[in-house]
Design a protein around this ligand. Structure first.
Ligand code: SAH
Length: 350
């Protein structure tokens, strides 16, 4: 099995090359090519033919292909569907804000978490993405769009904490001074609440923002919407959030999709306010986005206003997420490995 060269840190590549009998500076040359998005050993023109052959024997390298690119006519949000080396496909979204460009990356092909309102979990989990595949979502989104990426959110398809090791390595790669050098404070990682991993994450002592997809403050509602809550529970989640905040000093953000008649009553707002205060969390409300296969509806603006008012009365720090890219299904919870779905649909119709 050939090694995945793009998943190696520069210092690891240096060590590898030493073992292949090559001087250390070669690693620097190769890393510079990789850092420019070159994914073909023969294009690394300052390496000898002999070394290029050695690299081909020992390493695999691949550039994701654009299967589909959609640009929102409302706000310019770009959504890519990439083809991976094994023919699987994932989506990535590039959003432009006043403070810079944010890329929303997928961490898995599919998802096994089964949230009742989300498109990404339809069809379950196929496989984890490798560190290089996640890195290349950032790299090739930047190269293709021409928009310099300053922020990353791990909020695409997949549950990042279910692919912990690869996601941690991706973070090291993208943060590396000799790589894309994107600061941890410009990165957010979102989880449906895989609490067993919170201590591991805190132990890494990263300066990233942890977002927790809460969506309901009580077990009855949350377990109905999010299977991940069953067997864990809101109390445990909150205890783990509290511990994470105490250990890292990094404020957690609660994501809360507003679903008409499901989680948007005064009861929910009051309970949410208490939880947010308990862990000093910031609350980010998301008007529910439409997913064809799901029956849920977004809360009315009246209900949202009343909900926000209760949170503010309790001095909770609350923002409403802008809905971007809705005309190209690029909003939260709308990403999917579309190609698979299209294929299944064609098969069903044909
Ligand atoms: N698995 C991780 C990462 C996905 S992030 C997690 O659950 O956090 C995607 C975010 O969009 C999550 O907060 C998810 O709960 C939310 N989401 C899913 N479906 C949605 C929908 N239909 N409308 C609004 N937000 C949705």
């Amino acid at each position: 099995m050939k090694k995945d060269i793009v998943s190696l840190l520069p210092e690891e590549l240096e060590e590898d090359l030493r073992q292949l009998g090559e001087p250390a500076y070669r690693a620097g040359q190769i890393f510079r090519w990789l850092g420019r998005g070159v994914r073909d050993f023969d294009a690394m023109s300052d390496l000898s033919k002999n070394l290029r052959e050695k690299l081909k024997e020992n390493y695999r390298i691949y550039a994701p292909k654009v299967l589909r690119k959609q640009i929102s006519s409302i706000d310019g949000t770009i959504k890519y569907l990439w083809e991976l080396q094994d023919g699987q496909a994932v989506e990535t979204v590039v959003m432009s804000y006043q403070h810079g460009n944010t890329v929303c990356v997928s961490s898995q092909v599919g998802c096994r978490q089964g949230c009742a309102f989300c498109a990404s979990t339809i069809g379950g989990l196929i496989r984890n993405l490798t560190p290089s595949e996640i890195l290349d979502e950032v790299m090739f989104s930047q190269l293709d769009s021409g928009k310099e990426i300053s922020n990353i959110v791990l909020m695409g398809i997949g549950e990042p904490l279910d692919n912990f090791d690869n996601v941690m390595r991706f973070l090291q790669l993208v943060n590396h001074p000799k790589g894309m050098n994107i600061g941890m404070r410009h990165i957010s990682l979102s989880t449906c609440g895989i609490t067993e991993r919170f201590d591991d994450l805190a132990a890494r002592d990263l300066q990233l923002t942890l977002s927790v997809s809460l969506h309901a403050p009580d077990d009855e509602t949350r377990s109905r919407l999010m299977p991940a809550n069953r067997g864990r529970g809101v109390d445990q989640l909150i205890a783990c959030c509290k511990k994470y905040f105490e250990k890292t000093g990094r404020r957690i953000s609660f994501e809360y999709a507003m679903i008409d008649g499901v989680n948007d009553t005064a009861f929910h707002a009051q309970k949410l306010a208490a939880l947010a205060r308990e862990v000093s969390a910031h609350v980010n409300l998301i008007p529910l986005n439409h997913v064809e296969e799901r029956q849920f509806r977004p809360s009315t603006s009246g209900h949202m206003k009343a909900f926000i008012k209760i949170l503010e009365e309790h001095q909770v720090n609350v923002t409403v997420r802008r809905r971007l890219g809705s005309d190209v299904d690029a909003s939260c919870g709308q990403l999917r490995r579309k190609r698979e779905i299209d294929r299944n649909r064609n098969a069903a119709e044909g």
